[in-house]
Ligand binder design. Structure first.
Ligand code: NAD
Length: 440
């Protein structure tokens, strides 16, 4: 099939590349000329395991190309995937200007039948807006060219995006046209060869399914975070509680890890957007409001522990921070807890020595040259002369560090662990003061 992917970010680039890998002809469009230049020169603008090789292979095979030319990209694909950003508006609702602009461009340049597939995470009713925008542009051109609109939300996880796209646990297709459903089934058939995992539904339900999935996952995290804080108060151990409840098959073990708050480009904005969607229809989502409030507070939990240990005047103190990306295996720092923690430490007068295995460039892009922040070259380097270590992201290389080096490099052996990587009893034995989340 000939496919255009509009928006070549985390979702668009993975989608386009994986579709090319299955033999389709794919053109990825982005308005960001720098991104397209990097891709055309053989680079890759994001960190995503396995993606670079896949991009190179499919470009070399002539199945994957990159462009900034809107007209060319619209004419190219019978399938037009919209994978542009849907960032939060000022009030938290999803800003649809990129989605609607992409739809308008399709209407402006299309010359024959198109299936327009919304892969961005969008509020219920966006399918209608996309349809209206295309129809308006066609009417302005005095054309009645047929097209269908499909909602096909994406469930990939950054850090495992290629794997998730190649082996999806479900493919949700919201559509009201048999022609479009047939095309979509054909497109996804190679990805789900061992059993059918396509779930066809109406467009509105598909749009809401994506928000429901992220809201449920965010809820589990906020629930465990609150219980971990309570375990701290009561002298119980959240790790044992996690194992104790996860063994109930109705609960399960996934997504029950407490920590210093969820971040990223999806959970925070999607929880907020769903709250706003509900408010617009006159409904207050009590659970989700609490989930959001609990998460905002959780991003400050390590700062509270630091304040209890060192006081609130941290002038002259230096904190080593391990992990800046919002989760391991990505360089994405959107809404990352590290940002709240770094800025909170600055507010109390401290300086930070930061390290992340892949997000150093992104950190430089966000904070630039700031006297209060130094960029370490390794996780050991970050420790040198610091008063304490703060762990924010659970990268594998932090799981079994050399504790002797930690002890000898820090001014005093104190660790604040926002991801519960170590066993408190062992830390005590090593003579390290260890503050984790809900651990005893
Ligand atoms: N990142 C994830 O893990 C993930 C997972 C599932 C769903 N989603 C959803 O997918 C969507 C995209 O997310 P992302 O993380 O890939 O965003 P992103 O910011 O990485 O990429 C979006 C890209 O779209 C480009 N763009 C904007 N308007 C354009 C236009 N009119 N034409 C062409 N390009 C345009 C931008 O320049 C940018 O490169 C969002 O709705 C997000 O909620 C993201």
């Amino acid at each position: 099939m000939k496919i255009t992917v509009i928006g070549t970010g985390y979702v668009g680039l993975v989608t386009g590349t994986c579709l090319a890998e299955m033999g389709n002809d794919v053109m990825c469009l982005d308005l960001d000329e720098n991104k397209i230049r990097i891709l055309r020169e053989g680079g890759i603008p994001i960190h995503e395991p396995g993606l670079q090789d896949l991009v190179h292979r499919n470009v070399a095979a002539g199945r994957l190309q990159f462009t900034t030319d809107i007209a060319e990209s619209v004419v190219f694909g019978e399938l037009q995937f919209i994978a542009v950003g849907t960032p939060p508006d000022e009030d938290g609702s999803a800003d649809l200007k990129y989605v609607v602009s992409a739809a308008r461009n399709i209407g402006k340049y299309m010359t024959d039948y198109k299936v327009v597939i919304d892969k961005s995470t969008v509020p219920v009713g966006t399918g209608d807006k996309v349809r209206a925008a295309i129809a308006e542009e066609l009417a302005a051109r005095k054309l009645e060219t047929p097209f269908d609109v499909v909602s096909n939300p994406e469930f990939l996880k950054e850090g495992a995006a290629v794997e998730d796209f190649m082996r999806p646990d479900r493919v949700v297709i919201g559509a009201d046209s048999e022609r479009a459903i047939t095309v979509m089934r054909e497109l996804y058939a190679p990805f789900i060869r061992n059993h059918d995992r396509v779930i066809v539904m109406d467009i509105r339900s598909a749009e809401l399914t994506k928000y429901a999935a992220n809201a449920m996952l965010a809820t589990r995290i906020s629930f465990m975070n609150e219980l971990a804080n309570l375990a701290d108060d009561l002298g119980a151990d959240i790790e044992q509680i996690r194992v104790g409840i996860g063994s109930d098959p109705r609960i399960g073990f996934h997504f029950l890890y407490p920590g210093c708050g969820y971040g990223g480009s999806c959970f925070p904005k999607d929880v907020q957007a769903l709250i706003r969607t509900a408010e617009e229809s006159g409904r207050r989502l009590k659970v989700l409001n609490a989930v959001e409030e609990a998460n905002d507070a959780q991003k400050h939990v390590l700062l509270d522990k630091i304040r209890s240990r060192f006081g609130s005047d941290l002038k002259g103190k230096v904190f080593a921070v391990w992990g800046l990306a919002f989760k391991p295996n990505t360089d994405d720092m959107r809404e990352a807890s590290s940002r709240v923690i770094i800025e909170g430490l600055w507010e109390m007068g401290a300086r930070v020595r930061a390290y992340d295995p892949v997000a150093m460039d992104e950190t430089r892009r966000i904070y630039g040259n700031d006297d209060r922040l130094s960029y370490a070259s390794s996780h050991q380097d970050a420790l040198t002369g610091a008063d304490a270590l703060v762990i924010v992201t659970e990268w594998k290389e932090f799981r079994v560090p050399n504790f002797d080096v930690i002890k000898s490099s820090l001014k005093q052996p104190v660790i604040f662990d926002g991801r519960n990587l170590y066993v408190p009893a062992q830390m005590r034995k090593r003579g390290i003061e260890y503050f984790a989340i809900g651990r005893r």
